[in-house]
Design a protein around this ligand. Structure first.
Ligand SMILES: Nc1nc2c(c(=O)[nH]1)N[C@@H](CN(C=O)c1ccc(C(=O)N[C@@H](CCC(=O)O)C(=O)O)cc1)CN2
Ligand SMILES: NCC(=O)N[C@@H]1O[C@H](COP(=O)([O-])[O-])[C@@H](O)[C@H]1O
Length: 207
């Protein structure tokens, strides 16, 4: 296997706040012989399993907590500078539970990709799985989209449907959605790095 740090692989920064299973999927895909990208650094906003994933894979870890800064905009600027120092071509939010602010999007706007566990524009926000289940939907799914200044409002790159079972809990449904996300996100990131994206208003297309 070619070293994930081999020259010629597009550097990504992946941001997470939780278990880090989507992050692990990106690390695995980035380490494949023919992968066009590598995970150059991992950013977290809290103590979480994703920190252990970084250490286990010997990938540089940045921990940037809102509570360590005077206010949200100071955090946004500090986060921006720390990520900019890595020099990523793309940033992926993979279960990163903070809304990125104007400083970050001013620097990386158009190059931030998010995976959301619902079929946007339905059920945006931090609790999409539980809200979809509580609503009584029969299908939900995963959405990979570009990140803009809104909350889960950026142009959609890809979606995949997941059926809701009668006996689903939020946890069982979320785990099935994650199974889809781990492949969908890695596929979309690979395509973006290789072929870029064409934006036309709300529409995004990977050529
Ligand atoms: N500018 C943007 N930043 C981020 C987006 C986005 O669409 N625009 N997506 C999120 C990921 N996400 C949904 O996919 C999401 C995560 C968190 C929240 C939220 O309400 N966060 C609260 C705090 C919640 C907490 O700390 O547990 C907040 O930021 O104040 C909404 C959507 C990644 N960033
Ligand atoms: N709105 C943001 C949001 O809910 N993101 C979700 O957090 C999970 C992270 O899983 P992981 O920690 O196992 O990678 C994923 O399902 C992702 O879509």
């Amino acid at each position: 296997m070619t070293s994930p740090t081999a020259p010629g692989r597009t550097p990504l920064v992946v941001m997470a706040s939780g278990t880090g299973s989507l992050l692990e999927s990106l690390i695995a895909r980035g380490g494949a012989e023919d992968s066009p990208f590598r995970v150059a650094a991992i950013v977290v906003d809290r103590v979480c399993r994703a920190q252990e994933v970084a250490q286990r894979n010997d990938i540089p870890l940045i921990t940037c907590r809102v509570a360590d800064h005077a206010d949200r905009s100071t955090w946004d600027r500090a986060l921006t500078e720390q990520v900019a120092a890595i020099g990523p071509e793309w940033v992926v939010t993979a279960g990163f539970m903070k809304i990125l602010g104007p400083a970050f999007l001013g620097r990386f706007g158009g190059r931030v990709v998010n995976s959301h566990p619902a079929l946007l524009p339905a059920f945006p926000g931090a609790h999409g799985v539980a809200e979809a289940l509580d609503y009584g939907v029969k299908v939900t799914g995963a959405t990979v989209h570009l990140v803009d200044e809104g909350v889960d409002t950026g142009p959609i790159l890809a979606q995949q449907v997941v059926t809701v079972d009668d006996d689903d809990t939020a946890d069982t449904l979320h785990e099935r959605i994650k199974t889809v996300e781990r492949v969908l996100l890695a596929d979309v990131v690979t395509a973006l790095v290789t072929r870029g994206v064409v934006i036309d208003g709300r529409k995004a297309r990977i050529p």
